[in-house]
Design a protein around this ligand. Structure first.
Ligand SMILES: Nc1ncnc2c1ncn2[C@@H]1O[C@H](COP(=O)(O)OP(=O)(O)OP(=O)(O)O)[C@@H](O)[C@H]1O
Ligand SMILES: CC(C)(CO)[C@@H](O)C(=O)[O-]
Ligand code: BAL
Length: 283
């Protein structure tokens, strides 16, 4: 595996790779876990070369968020990627991504509004901006993102479609199902912030979501069911529920009842750590 930190070398190396077959990109912020490695394996399954980027993108963190605390462990991550047979690790620094004078922002409306967009103003502008840069830098034939960040995936697909991108084309922006711990908690780099008791209580999130979905499918009203879900989380030790909402998985429009594409989206905070999850409800 080659580790590249300059744009010049990245372009040269990816141009060489492209001659050997399709190139896949897996964008990450590092602190890699099985969720990330599942994206890498899926990417390898569909391409000749896998490029993984690791960049903790300052523009997607709001004031007072965990930019400084975000886990950084490039050597450990690099060993994991090497083991997976990744072709190239793209690990730019902040000055390479945003040199002095940098002044451009990519902003996607609609799907970025509400849910995490409401709690983290500017977050999806930061994501759309860095992902459009990564797409232009690597020019991958395909890219892989986790469904754990469902709204992020919707924003990236919208951006790819709206800007008529061809590297990758919108139908080559792939979503990969959420990888979970044995107790159902969605894997996330931020789970590392949790103390053992917080980690044990965090498993209430997927459990309470699964129960709420069963009630909704059973015909119980959505609003009281989601209120019960919030109470369950607060009772288990979460200090705040940022949102618990039913939305259409494609358009992200709010829903008041089940439908084919309905998904339940929740964000909640435990010990100051913000966890998100989403699950299909179905009709
Ligand atoms: N449990 C998971 N299952 C599948 N994909 C995942 C999972 N966790 C993260 N991903 C995906 O990996 C990519 C990189 O995500 P990122 O580096 O932010 O990791 P993360 O674990 O989501 O961290 P964070 O704690 O910041 O949310 C994203 O496309 C994300 O959706
Ligand atoms: C897509 C991404 C790598 C952009 O910084 C980030 O938001 C993430 O890790 O999900
Ligand atoms: N996994 C999404 C990146 C973020 O929370 O900033």
């Amino acid at each position: 595996m080659q580790t590249v930190t300059t744009l010049h070398t990245l372009r040269q190396t990816v141009d060489d790779l492209r001659r050997t077959g399709p190139v896949a990109l897996v964008p990450t912020m590092g602190a890699l876990h099985e969720g990330h490695l599942t994206l890498v394996r899926e990417a390898a399954h569909h391409s000749a070369s896998v490029v993984v980027s690791i960049f903790v993108n300052p523009r997607q963190f709001g004031a007072g968020e965990d930019l400084d605390a975000y886990p950084r462990q490039l050597a450990v991550d690099s060993a994991k990627l090497k083991e997976e047979g990744v072709t190239l690790l793209w690990a730019p620094d902040a000055a390479t991504m945003y040199p002095p004078g940098y002044a451009t922002n990519v902003s996607v409306s609609g799907v970025s509004e509400g849910l995490c967009g409401a709690d983290r103003p500017g977050h999806f502008d930061g994501v759309a901006t860095v992902v459009s840069k990564l797409f232009n830098q690597v020019r991958p034939d395909m890219a892989f993102f986790g469904e754990k960040d469902w709204q992020q995936l919707a924003v990236i697909r919208r951006m790819t479609r709206d800007l008529d991108l061809t590297f990758p084309r919108v139908d080559a922006v792939h979503g990969v199902a959420t990888v979970r711990e044995a107790d159902g908690l969605a894997m996330s780099s931020r789970n590392a912030y949790l103390s053992p008791p917080q980690r044990a209580a965090a498993a209430t999130l997927p459990r309470a979501m699964t129960e709420a979905i069963a009630r909704i499918r059973d015909g119980q009203e959505v609003r009281p069911t989601l209120a019960m879900l919030e109470d369950q989380l607060l009772g288990a030790g979460f200090e705040r529920v940022d949102y618990a909402e039913l939305r259409d998985g494609d358009s992200l429009a709010s829903l008041t009842g089940p439908s084919d594409k309905a998904r339940l989206f929740v964000a909640a905070r435990i010990g100051g750590t913000r966890l998100i999850d989403n699950m299909a409800v179905g009709g």
